[in-house]
Design a protein around this ligand. Structure first.
Ligand code: AMP
Length: 469
C-alpha cells in the first residue's frame, strides 16, 4: 500500500499535491485510493474503489477544497479485505477531536487487539487493520496528553509490519514499525511544506527533496512549522526491512536505505547469471520489475539484452486482481512478445519472482509461440516458501509452487528448458551498501521478525466480501 502526507502552515491546494503523490504510489496498490484534506481542523475526504485517476477528477479534487495539510492512500487488497469499505484514509471522531489515518502493512496481532477493543465497547465498521490501529490510538488518547503520545503507547501494542501517516486537526504524525519492515521517508519542498511518503519517487513527483527515512520505531510529528522526532520506540527491535521492496514492490526510481532500487535489481540479475549460467542468444526481462534484473544478467553473462515482451501500460499489476481466474485473464491481455526479438533464439527469460507459477507458465508459452527455440527461466527472487504476514500478498503454502515441487518439476510445469532462482545466500547482496540494519526475508527463509499471525477472521466479513465482489 502507498501512503502520503503533506504538511504546511499556510493554506494551499494540498489535495492536488497529494493526488500527484498518490499517482507516484499507484504501483503499491490499485484497489482503492483516497485523500483527506485538513482545513483548519475541518476534514474533507474523498475515497473510492479503483485507480487514483478513476477515483479523482477535477471536480472531486476541487470539492476537497484548500487546506494546510492532507494525507492520501492507495490500497493493495488481499482476499477478504476488498471493497470500498476498507478504503483509506479512515476518518474518525473521538472524544478529543478528529483523526484521519492511512496505513501500509499488516498487524499480526490484529485478532486479539480487535477483540480487546470490542470488549471495551468499540464498534468496528470494516475488517481493516487501519480501524484497529485507529481504535488502539484513540483508546490511548483518552489519557495521553497528545496524539503522538497516544500513537507511541499504541505502537507498543502493535506487532507486525506497518507504516502510518495520521492527521489530527493541527498535525501530521508519521510512524514506522519497530522492525522497520515497511518503508517511510520524508522530505521538504521549496515552499517549506513537509512531505512524507512510502517511497522517494513520490517525493520526487511533488518536488520534495528527501531529508531521510524514518528509523524503525520512530515517530515524526509535523506541527508548528517543523518536524519533531520521537525516538522512544526506536532500537527496541532489530531492523528487518522487507527485502522484497527491492525485488518487486518499489519503483526502480526510488532509493531505499541508501540503495537505488534499480541498482539492486541489476545486481540481482548479475548474481543470478553467476549462479545459474546458460548458453543462450538473448536475455529478455518480464516488464516491469524483471527488466533491470534482465539487464544485470545480460551484463554479467555477455548475452545480449533485448526487449522481447511489451506490456500494456494501461493495465495494473496482474497479481493485484484477487481470485485466480481473474489473474489468469489479466496475464493474457497484459503482455505480448516481440517475435522479431525471440524467433529462432535461445532465450533467457528473467522475471522478478515465481509465486504460483501462473505468470511464468503463460509467458514461456507466449515466447515459444513467438518462435523461441529454448526458454531458460530465471527468477531474481529466491524460492517463495512461506506466506507474508506483513502486507505482501504472498499466499498460503499450498499455493506457493516452490513449496510443492522441486526446481526441475517447476521447470516442467511452467514449460521452461531450465530454471534458476536467486540463491538465498545472495539475496542480501542485492542491497550492497545499504544503511538498513537487517532484512526480513521470511517469505524465503521462514525467519519471521514478529510472533506468529493471529489474524481477526470473521465469517460474516468474508461472506459480505464475496457478495460484494
Ligand atoms: P505467479 O504468477 O503467481 O507466479 O506470480 C508471479 C508474478 O507476480 C511475477 O511476475 C511478479 O511480478 C508478480 N508478483 C510477485 N509477487 C507479487 C505480489 N506480492 N504482489 C503482486 N504481484 C506480485
Amino acid at each position: 500500500m502507498g501512503i502520503f502526507g503533506i504538511y504546511g502552515e499556510e493554506q494551499g491546494d494540498v489535495a492536488s499535491v497529494t493526488y500527484y503523490g498518490l499517482y507516484a504510489l499507484q504501483h503499491r496498490g490499485q484497489e482503492s485510493a483516497g485523500i483527506a484534506v485538513n482545513d483548519d481542523g475541518v476534514f474533507s475526504i474523498h475515497k473510492g474503489a479503483g485507480l487514483v485517476g478513476d477515483v479523482f477528477c477535477h471536480e472531486t479534487l476541487a470539492s476537497l477544497g484548500r487546506g494546510s495539510m492532507a494525507i492520501g492512500h492507495t490500497r493493495y487488497g488481499t482476499l477478504g479485505t476488498r471493497g470500498t469499505i476498507n478504503a483509506e484514509p479512515l476518518a474518525v471522531n473521538h472524544i478529543k477531536g478528529r483523526l484521519a489515518l492511512a496505513t501500509d502493512g499488516c498487524l499480526v496481532n490484529s485478532g486479539p487487539l480487535r477483540r480487546e477493543l470490542e470488549l471495551g465497547g468499540m464498534i468496528f465498521h470494516t475488517s481493516s487493520d487501519a480501524e484497529i490501529i485507529s481504535g488502539a490510538i484513540i483508546k490511548e488518547r483518552l489519557d495521553a496528553p497528545s496524539i503522538e503520545e497516544a500513537l507511541k503507547r499504541a505502537m507498543r501494542r502493535f506487532e507486525g509490519g506497518y507504516a502510518i501517516v495520521l492527521m489530527s486537526p493541527s498535525k501530521i504524525v508519521a510512524a514506522r514499525d519497530m522492525n522497520g519492515i515497511h518503508t517511510l521517508v520524508y522530505g521538504r519542498r521549496q515552499d517549506g511544506r513537509f512531505v512524507v511518503a512510502s517511497e522517494t519517487s513520490a517525493l520526487d513527483a511533488v518536488g520534495a527533496e528527501p531529508i531521510r527515512e524514518l528509523m524503525p520505531g520512530e515517530i515524526i510529528v509535523f506541527t508548528d512549522g517543523e518536524a519533531r522526532s520521537i525516538t522512544d520506540n526506536c532500537a527496541t527491535a532489530p531492523e528487518r526491512l522487507c527485502i522484497f521492496e527491492y525485488i518487486y514492490t518499489a519503483r526502480p526510481d526510488s532509493a531505499i536505505a541508501g540503495v537505488s532500487v534499480q541498482e539492486a535489481r541489476r545486481r540481482a540479475g548479475e548474481l543470478l547469471a553467476k549462479a545459474h549460467p546458460v548458453e543462450a542468444d538473448v536475455v529478455v526481462g518480464v516488464p516491469d520489475s524483471g527488466l533491470d534484473a534482465a539487464l544485470g544478467y545480460s551484463e554479467a553473462s555477455g548475452i545480449p539484452y533485448k526487449i522481447g515482451l511489451i506490456k500494456n501500460k494501461y493495465i495494473g499489476r496482474t497479481f493485484i486482481a484477487p481470485g485466480q481466474d481473474n489473474r489468469e485473464d489479466k496475464v493474457r491481455i497484459k503482455l505480448n512478445p516481440i517475435a522479431a526479438a525471440v524467433k529462432g533464439k535461445r532465450v533467457v527469460l528473467v522475471d522478478d519472482s515465481i509465486v504460483r507459477g501462473t505468470t511464468s507458465a503463460r509467458i514461456v508459452k507466449l515466447l515459444r509461440a513467438a518462435g523461441a527455440t529454448e526458454v531458460h527461466l530465471r527468477s531474481s527472487a529466491p524460492k517463495f516458501l512461506n506466506p507474508c504476514y506483513y502486507g505482501t500478498d504472498i499466499d498460503s503454502r499450498e499455493m506457493l509452487i516452490a513449496c510443492n515441487y522441486t526446481t526441475d518439476e517447476i521447470a516442467k510445469i511452467v514449460g521452461a528448458d531450465t530454471l534458476g532462482f536467486l540463491e538465498l545466500s545472495d539475496v542480501e547482496k542485492i542491497a550492497e551498501g545499504t544503511s538498513a540494519g537487517g532484512f526480513c526475508k521470511a517469505c524465503f527463509d521462514g525467519n519471521y521478525p514478529t510472533p506468529p499471525m493471529q489474524k481477526y477472521v470473521s465469517k460474516y466479513d468474508t461472506k459480505k466480501t464475496e457478495s460484494e465482489a
